[in-house]
Write a protein that binds this ligand. Structure first.
Ligand code: CA
Length: 382
């Protein structure tokens, strides 16, 4: 089997109501999709993570100009071999960011092809499912104005609860006092409802403020405190972990096993959060998972993409062992993006769906999705 063509689709659409996280205003939702076709007629789809402020054209250019020439005529079943070739080829200008997101998209598409060719869901090729369904957590709580929205965010928490979510991650990073006011309002709204909360500041603070916030949040029994400090500040992560009671999470801005290694060797993380669309795809996620497992660190994938990345993330979630086995082990949970996205669900025939508080792992071959080319064409800008 040979790769015959590689097509990149850049999708982008303005949001009717822009929203903010601590790093800026998100005015558009984007996706960089890759469609790889083989001489046997099998097509695989992948997606590069497009962070809210990331131009999707960067990963697209890396796929088109750096990766495609080496993919044509290669055997798509050689996922590990091709992955190393891509990483080697881009080492001097990649290793992180959109270039690794580009590699991730290609790698996901190759695993989709492998699954479709063998008639197996990707999770089975990864070694089988530890779980056939996952608990989703609501990611939302973005700002529509900025600070001072505690009451509206408390109402949002209730809306997530009414929709069936029992685990929620609150976006913080708009000033420590405002953050604390938000958490008090959210916790008050959810009081007695049996919900679990996490927080995510998207590295809004330096160490002193991050610590001050963490100490103020100890009463909320958080499942984790995500990206407390800058993604490069390994010592800062370690300090948070040593001085705060709650588990420390991070990794959506780390790439490849080599990007996670400093955090793991420093004992700087409780929860590693590779994103399938940016860490280097399934192949890198397996490397990272093995490395984390050896360091006694849990892996809980991050995902904020469209339906292609979400499907890929579900297969990864299915195939992840728990870090600390017990009869009551803490299972990984699915990041369920509740923020506005004009084309996320319309892209595929079976988008993410929560049923009675669970999301099922796709069972069809490959990623288990059929991409709607009309929707791709409608939102395609390049
Ligand atoms: Ca995050």
């Amino acid at each position: 089997m040979k790769i015959e063509s590689v097509a990149v689709h850049v999708l982008r659409h303005p949001l009717p109501t822009p929203f903010a996280f601590s790093q800026g205003w998100v005015t558009h939702r984007s996706a960089t999709l890759v469609e790889i076709t083989t001489d046997t007629g099998v097509t695989g789809w992948g997606e590069a993570f497009a962070q809210g402020l990331e131009a999707p054209q960067i990963a697209a250019a890396a796929i088109e100009h750096s990766l495609t020439p080496m993919l044509l005529d290669a055997d798509p079943m050689d996922t590990e071999v091709i992955w190393h070739a891509m990483v080697n080829r881009t080492r001097d200008f990649g290793r992180t960011g959109s270039v690794v997101a580009a590699i991730s998209a290609v790698d996901i598409a190759l695993w989709d092809i492998a699954g479709k060719t063998l008639g197996q869901p990707v999770y089975r090729l990864l070694g089988g499912a530890f779980r056939k369904r996952v608990r989703p957590y609501a990611t939302g709580f973005y700002r529509l104005r900025g600070p001072g929205e505690a009451e509206r965010l408390a109402e949002e928490a209730l809306a997530h609860f009414e929709s069936g979510f029992r685990i929620m991650k609150v976006k913080l990073g708009f000033g420590v006092d405002d953050d604390v006011a938000v958490m008090r309002a959210v916790a008050r709204a959810l009081q007695g409802k049996g919900c679990t909360l996490m927080v995510d500041t998207n590295h809004a603070y330096g160490r002193a403020q991050a610590l001050r916030l963490g100490r103020a949040l100890e009463e909320f029994d958080l499942r984790w405190y995500e990206e407390p400090v800058a993604p490069d500040d390994v010592a800062g992560y370690r300090e948070m972990r040593e001085k705060l009671a709650m588990p420390i999470a991070g990794g959506e801005n780390a790439h490849l096993a080599s990007g996670f290694l400093p955090f793991l060797t420093a004992g700087a993380l409780d929860v590693a959060q590779p994103d399938i669309g940016s860490c280097g795809g399934f192949t890198a996620a397996r490397h990272i998972a093995a490395l984390a497992q050896a360091h006694g660190v849990a892996v809980n994938p991050h995902v904020w993409g469209s339906a292609v990345a979400q499907a890929a993330s579900l297969h990864l979630l299915a195939a992840l062992p728990v870090a600390h086995h017990s009869l009551a082990a803490e299972e990984p949970i699915l990041e369920y993006d509740r923020s506005d996205h004009p084309f996320r669900n319309a892209l595929v025939d079976q988008p993410l769906r929560m049923d009675n508080g669970w999301v099922a792992i796709p069972e069809r071959p490959g990623l288990g999705i059929e991409v709607d080319r009309e929707v791709v064409a409608r939102y395609r800008i390049g």
